[in-house]
Design a protein. Sequence first.
Length: 334
Amino acid sequence: MKKSFLHETAQKMVSRAILAADESTSTIKKRLATIGIESTPEVNRQYRQLLFTADGIENYVSGVILYDETIRQSTDGSIPFATLLEKKGIVPGIKVDKGTVAVSTLGVDKFTQGLDGLAKRLEEYKEFGAKFAKWRAVYTISDGSPTETIIERNAQDLALYAVLCQEAGIVPIVEPEVLMDGNHSIDQDKAVSEKVLKTVFNWLASYGVDPEGIILKPNMITSGKNHSQQASIEEVAEITVQVLKKTVPHNVPGIAFLSGGQSPELATTHLNEINKIRKKNQSEYPWRITASYGRALQGEALEAWSGKKENVQKAQKVFLTRAEKVYKASKGQL
């Protein structure tokens, strides 16, 4: 019963796009500061409500990742956010990692906190309505990084998190993010991302994680932000699907890319190009390939809102326009 629930939930999650609305307290503070607004629990609630109550969101969004603060909040009409999403046919989920910590002896490498007490927290989030969870590991490409040590450590932590989720009847989103920050080439990103993904899936298998009950949330393979020669749209798409083909088991139901700091337009265009390749040979790329974007889905709406009540409908329209484009890109239809 638990197994079939996990499989069905995972497939439902990637049927459209997944909205990452799980910014931590410090991150939402930075986002709101860009429009001159101070973050408070109430302001955060109003902003999330704007997104979740957008009329027709369910046509383009099939899952929403919430933050601890948000899953405990409700609409103006006292409907808990998770309940609201569920009623719209959108799967509610929760970010469960507690952020990254630098390891001084390993250069710029970081590991992710949050395994302590995770099983208990998962049970609590389940009571709040969460059907899936998310855990993010990060890898920086620079001199000597990422080290073998951090690649192994992060992969093992992702696997332990994933098995705890599945035991709790919650679908894990496994997010190993090779950061775009830096001046590395697309070939360097390819080599690191391939190694990271192989290691992650090796550890997932070692821990007995059911691959049909997870979603992978990886980075696209791109040039570093500061690299002098940026790869073309076609090159990013081609190399990304090559890496997926080499590393992701065929029975994983879906891949939901993170945007990683790409502009909304670029993240959407890359996703569309990837799915155009996938459509030509679905036996080689059997997974549903969609997006789990934060800034790339929300950024334009945030600017349109600017913290003003009179801008809510305008911001919702902007949000839905981008959400529709991302959904179409997830089918290679742009």
